[in-house]
Write a protein that binds this ligand. Structure first.
Ligand code: NAG
Ligand code: NAG
Ligand code: NAG
Ligand code: NAG
Ligand code: NAG
Ligand code: NAG
Length: 531
């Protein structure tokens, strides 16, 4: 063993031990601050609110339920939960009730009309929740930025428009992290959102309000977007289904901040929901009818080859995977191998540990609008160093993570100007080629959704790179479903990611379906143990 290797090993173990001690002590402190105040939201009791969106639509179509009654139930739930969660930050309750009433009137006149069929209106009368970053006519489109407080959208973005055409009725807008760039949803405009399973915990970000609203029973389907895990992390921390579609499958237009330059390759807009059967119809609608054929193909899960990847092969920047998450993943793999008959291969990919660097390299070499420009919306780009100084005295309109990212960006731009081609330097192309080879039509990867269970508020600052587990697949542009796997012994959601080859979204969804049928995967009603 060479001297360099010995130094490397010593460094590795020293950092590991120091990291462990720091996080243990910090955990005690966070527990002291937050545990006494922690609550779980009351469970959803109403059977109508325990129906999937497609089942709700069917009952409305066959006039067993009135759209307006369903809407009012959800409005009540959202209103009652606000004190616990602070997740819905804008409402169009009156408009939504009026739209539901108009639908009921029309339906009562001619329920058999083909325009109300499953094919034309799969989400007939279903209440829809939307992440604030998306434009919904008349609603704020600020992305939690104080300087955009008064901004109102003048039109619906394409995904909202498509879901509306499918019968869904948007009724509430949910919280995000500042400019959608952190994994805790808190900002100076709307405040902080709490986890429905334990209000001392984060909801994730950036689609954190969405994850929380769905998990707490404040809605049944919702829209999120994902540039580094912004659908999958909230889906994981709140125990629901979330799908990041293949690159380019669903239009990203009409959201703020919109990815520009090559960043757009990292961003995917996708469905979030409580019930697995809603994922495929949502994805079909959101992607537009011309892409439906790609999604619909039949998948035989028993014929799949599954690469079981239990961690990122040891990045020093990222926390170790929680043992309870490992156990949950092992259970999934065991079921797919023994009961379903799929072929399982245990595998590690050494390049996964460079996920943070690869994601960062993609982001900075993309030449899009800079984050500091976005922060300074309507004025000069924000100087993150000066703004940080103001923050110290409680005088900034920005959050600490946003300012941190602004500083990182400044350093990255300096690096970039030196002409370093990080993308090739880090072997990204090699990883991409390896993935293309491994992920043929019948192969998936199963990978942790995140290394840790939902942390306490502010605790993500101690683990600024844990999103690497999700961000990896943004750099690769692959389709991924985060599947909820019940609750941990502390009552926090567990989950795992199902990754398939490019444009093989149907494979992810088929596996999620299989796991849900076996009751291994599914949403748990808060305050109960029922999946
Ligand atoms: C919230 O989490 C803490 C720490 O795990 C735990 O002590 C507390 O009992 C939980 N609160 C509720 C209401 O479940
Ligand atoms: C914060 O935003 C408010 C409202 O837009 C503005 O009046 C104030 O000057 C801003 N504060 C700072 C420190 O930029
Ligand atoms: C949302 O905000 C962006 C940025 O200001 C704007 O370009 C866009 O038009 C807005 N969306 C709508 C539909 O108004
Ligand atoms: C794969 O790893 C799991 C633990 O994650 C272990 O239980 C299982 O036996 C391994 N399977 C094979 C085929 O090596
Ligand atoms: C980096 O190198 C790769 C080839 O390895 C090339 O395809 C890519 O365009 C380069 N990127 C930049 C920003 O120069
Ligand atoms: C805690 C907090 O700031 N909550 C706010 C969330 O957003 C709504 C709508 O803007 C406000 O009414 C709340 O006060």
């Amino acid at each position: 063993m060479g001297a360099a290797k010995i130094v490397q090993l010593i460094l590795y173990y020293t950092l590991t031990v120091v990291g462990w001690i720091v996080s243990f002590v910090a955990n005690q402190i966070f527990a002291k601050i937050y545990d006494k105040k922690a609550r779980v939201v009351p469970p959803v009791e109403d059977d109508v609110m325990l129906l999937s969106a497609v089942a709700l639509a069917e009952k409305i179509r066959t006039r067993k339920l009135k759209a307006v009654d369903v809407m009012k139930k959800y409005i009540d739930r959202v209103t009652n939960l606000h004190v616990y969660l602070n997740t819905v930050i804008a409402r169009r309750f009156d408009e939504a009730v009026a739209e539901a009433e108009a639908l009921d009137t029309e339906l009562d006149k001619n329920p058999q009309d083909d325009k109300f069929s499953v094919k034309n209106k799969p989400f007939l009368g279903v209440p829809l929740s939307v992440k604030e970053a998306f434009s919904v006519k008349g609603m704020p489109n600020a992305s939690g930025l104080v300087s955009r407080k008064h901004y109102r959208s003048d039109a619906d973005c394409p995904v909202v428009e498509r879901l509306r055409e499918s019968g869904a009725i948007p009724f509430c807008i949910t919280n995000v992290s500042e400019l959608c760039m952190w994994y805790e949803s808190a900002n100076r405009l709307y405040g902080r959102t709490n986890n429905p399973y334990n209000t001392s915990r984060i909801v994730g970000g950036s689609s954190g309000g969405e994850g929380c609203n769905l998990a707490s029973g404040g809605a049944v389907i919702g829209i999120g977007s994902d540039i580094g895990g912004s659908i999958r992390m909230p889906a994981f921390f709140n125990g629901i289904f979330g799908h990041k579609p293949s690159r380019g499958l669903v239009p990203n237009d009409g959201q703020f901040p919109i990815a520009t330059g090559k960043d757009i390759e990292l961003l995917s807009t996708g469905p979030m929901c409580r019930y697995v059967e809603d994922l495929l119809p949502m994805l079909k609608i959101m992607s537009g009818s011309n892409k439906q054929a790609d999604i619909e193909c039949k998948v035989d899960v028993s014929k799949l080859v599954i690469y079981n990847v239990i961690d990122d092969s040891g990045s020093l920047l990222v926390a170790k995977v929680d043992p309870q998450l490992k156990q949950a993943q092992a259970k999934v793999v065991h079921y797919l191998e023994t009961t379903v008959g799929a072929k399982v291969i245990n595998k590690s990919f050494s390049k996964f540990k460079y996920a943070v660097d690869m994601w960062g390299a993609k982001m900075t070499t993309s030449g899009g609008t800079s984050f500091c420009q976005y922060m300074g919306y309507g004025g000069k780009p924000v100087n993150p160093f000066i703004e940080f100084f103001k923050w110290l005295f409680g005088k900034s309109n920005h959050t600490l993570p946003a300012l941190g990212l602004g500083c990182v960006e400044k350093f990255d731009r300096i690096l970039e100007s030196t002409g370093v081609n990080e993308t090739s330097l880090l072997g990204f192309e090699k990883l991409e080629a390896e993935m293309n080879e491994v992920l043929d039509d019948n192969t998936i990867i199963i990978y942790p959704s995140h290394p840790k269970l939902a942390p306490y508020h502010n605790q993500p600052l101690l683990y600024p790179f844990n999103w690497a587990y999700t961000g990896l697949f943004n750099t690769l542009g692959l389709p991924v479903t985060q599947v909820p796997l019940g609750l941990s012994k502390e009552g926090l959601p567990l989950g795992v990611q199902i990754v398939a080859g490019m444009n093989r979204d149907a494979v992810c969804l088929a596996v999620a379906n299989k796991l849900a049928k076996a009751k291994i995967a599914g949403w748990v009603n808060p305050g109960t143990n029922e999946m």
